[in-house]
Design a protein around this ligand. Structure first.
Ligand code: ZN
Length: 164
């Protein structure tokens, strides 16, 4: 099982100087964040946050899915989330191809029919973001005191642009 040796070695080095034990796991800075899985996004650093500050939910496209809502309901009632940011980003793969194009690519890579696997593409990012922010804002179990906003993160400048 050498496949993960490099990571386990890095983990041992991490644990050697680990001083974050005993923390209760609430969002210390009161932040909940829904964003894309894209590797160009460094969620804590882009907001000036650090370890323990935020509850972060990521998926392809940074969409407010049922699972994201579950996270935000738990976060806002049990984990100190007081401000929620929904943050898709520029040059997102999920907004650059149709579902048919994704399936054609995956069919080619896998040599099989992949159409049974849903791929949730985004045709209009700003419209999708506004819709997602509304979904959070209108959720009956998200307290009205929680602040909610939507931003597009520019992966080339590092800036957030508010859109909702
Ligand atoms: Zn993305």
């Amino acid at each position: 099982m050498a496949d993960f040796d490099d990571l386990l070695e890095a983990n041992r080095a991490f644990a050697d100087s680990f001083n974050l034990g005993g923390f209760d796991g609430v969002a210390k800075a009161g932040i909940g964040l829904v964003t894309c899985m894209d590797s160009r996004i460094d969620p804590l650093r882009m907001l000036g946050l650090s370890h323990g500050d935020a509850k972060i939910f990521r998926n392809p496209g940074g969409r407010v899915t049922e699972a994201a809502l579950e996270a935000l309901v738990l976060g806002s009632h049990l984990l100190n989330v007081q401000r929620i940011l929904v943050v898709p980003h520029t040059r997102c793969a999920m907004a650059s191809r149709s579902e048919a194009e994704f399936h054609a690519l995956l069919d080619e890579k896998t040599g099989q029919d992949t159409t049974w696997q849903p791929i949730h593409v985004i045709t209009d990012q700003v419209a999708a973001l506004r819709h997602d922010v509304m979904k959070v804002r209108s959720h009956p179990l998200i307290p009205e005191t929680v602040k909610i906003a939507g931003f597009i993160y520019d992966v080339d400048t590092g800036l957030l642009h508010q859109k909702a």
